[in-house]
Design a protein around this ligand. Structure first.
Ligand SMILES: [Zn+2]
Length: 313
């Protein structure tokens, strides 16, 4: 069996073809260009998916996108980073064009499914996957199935509150976990702490990427830069507080950390684990496994795999 996986990002839309042995057979991408409107995007996406269906004899489509989704109806309800699109009937439109059943989920849910299949290979039944990027998302797998909640909005870990009078979050509220641990928040701390950003960038930025970003901050921490180490330590402690709540809510077997910022885990995992170890109700914390994903593309892989999973049942 072969399935198409689609990940719609603000800049690029990725398409892959995978088989049910988890082998990646093909990948391609195009510019999302959300400013050209929904109809134009659906037309281009539909044409690409139809071509892949014919070329690879694919039997299913899974689509992940950042934002608020209605997985039951297959509608993208609201996507702030796709030009504020609202009520896009993605799954129905794609089915009309390709003739294939389409599964639509928020990208964190797709990453959770990818983590369940590829990182832990279904060894555990209750899994939380946390996506660490500009924002923070999470997907919940309960007893081997994606948990959606009542409206498809379950797992908004990034907007759980650490401190109601705290840092400003992109969502408009204050004190959200994301406002401490999302990459924009980490870089806000960096801009406050680093006295001479030009010198810092010159010394620590990756060659060809002379900007103050999380990669640069990780390289500084690798070299023992004290303010950089402290920023990652604070981030790990704050993430640990958010995860501790999540572990108390859901009592997962396993928590998988994924997304670009997870690449700095060597600097924040220690403080994060200390927070988990210091909890008073100990049982769920002794039991839970903490895994940093090796795979960088879990969202689009999860989309292809979940599409095939639904086609099988
Ligand atoms: Zn928020």
């Amino acid at each position: 069996m072969k399935g198409i996986g689609i990940d719609i990002g603000g800049t690029n839309t990725k398409l892959i073809v995978m088989d049910d042995k988890n082998t990646l057979l093909h990948e391609e991408r195009f510019h999302t260009a959300p400013e050209n409107g929904q109809a134009d995007f659906i037309k281009r996406l539909g044409a690409a998916a139809k071509r892949l269906k014919q070329e690879w004899k694919a039997v299913s489509i899974g689509i992940g996108a950042a934002g608020d989704m209605d997985p039951e109806k297959g509608i993208l309800r609201f996507a702030p980073n796709l030009n504020q699109w609202r009520n896009v009937p993605l799954a129905v439109s794609l089915k009309k064009i390709t003739g294939l059943d389409c599964v639509l989920e928020n990208d964190a849910n797709m990453a959770a499914w990818g983590a369940y299949e590829l990182e832990i290979k279904r060894r555990y039944r209750n899994v939380v996957a946390v996506t660490l990027g500009t924002g923070i998302g999470s997907g919940i797998i309960m007893d081997g199935r994606l948990y959606h909640g009542s409206t498809g909005s379950a797992g908004e870990l990034g907007h759980c509150k650490l401190d109601r009078a705290g840092e400003q979050c992109h969502c408009g509220a204050k004190g959200c976990l994301e406002a401490y641990c999302g990459s924009y928040a980490i870089m806000r701390s960096a801009r406050r702490a680093i006295k001479n950003p030009e010198a810092f960038i010159a010394r620590y930025a990756a060659p060809g990427r002379e900007r103050l970003n999380t990669i640069c901050l990780t390289r500084a921490a690798d070299n023992g830069h004290k303010p950089a180490l402290k920023i990652w330590r604070d981030m790990g402690e704050n993430l640990g507080r958010g995860l501790a709540d999540m572990i108390l809510f859901f009592n997962p077997d396993c928590v998988v950390l994924t997304g670009g910022v997870s690449k700095a885990s060597r600097h924040f995992l220690g403080p994060l684990k200390s927070v988990l170890a210091s909890q008073q109700i100990t049982t769920p914390f002794v039991k839970v496994k903490l895994v940093v994903a090796r795979n960088a593309d879990l969202g689009v892989y999860g989309a292809a795999l979940l599409g095939m999973e639904r086609a099988r049942h």
